[in-house]
Design a protein around this ligand. Sequence first.
Ligand SMILES: C[S@@+](CC[C@H](N)C(=O)[O-])C[C@H]1O[C@@H](n2cnc3c(N)ncnc32)[C@H](O)[C@@H]1O
Length: 159
Amino acid sequence: MNTSFERCENTKVEWLSPPELVACLGEFDLDPCSPINAPFVHAKHNFTTLDDGLAKEWFGRVYLNPPYGRGMELWMEKLKFHGNGIALIFARTETKCFFEHIWNDADAILFVKGRIRFYHVSGVQGGTPGAPSVFIAYGKENAKVLKDCGIEGRFLALK
Ligand SMILES: C[S@@+](CC[C@H](N)C(=O)[O-])C[C@H]1O[C@@H](n2cnc3c(N)ncnc32)[C@H](O)[C@@H]1O
């Protein structure tokens, strides 16, 4: 089986968050973009492509690992306006997305040490991705959770 997560032309890959890492961040009310046949869930309520989680109203404490590629910034923008949640994305710190929705708006960032090995929808863990990851907190409480969560990395308060 090919467990590589490198992006291929015209291939949409589901990169699922390791549940053991999300568990370090406490309980979440909503994952707005969860796979249809999820091998595990990270929140009490889960939207899938069948619901279109981007169009729905978000509620409570949100865990967001958005669909990668074009349009990803729309999910980050929505979390920014929602103001309560933690996102997991690649540390593409030079991008428009970072400058429009993160650097001036998020409360804190945790730069993860090493590379996160994401899971396939089959529940099998994949190989090492080509980029480092960050957790991004919106809201003071979520920043505190990120600071104290025990995930190895470098914490940076932004507010
Ligand atoms: C990077 S994966 C993350 C999955 C899960 N949130 C996690 O952290 O393990 C992104 C997910 O978004 C889902 N997705 C894509 N577009 C969506 C939409 N409009 N509404 C809800 N889910 C969507 C995909 O099916 C995929 O499972």
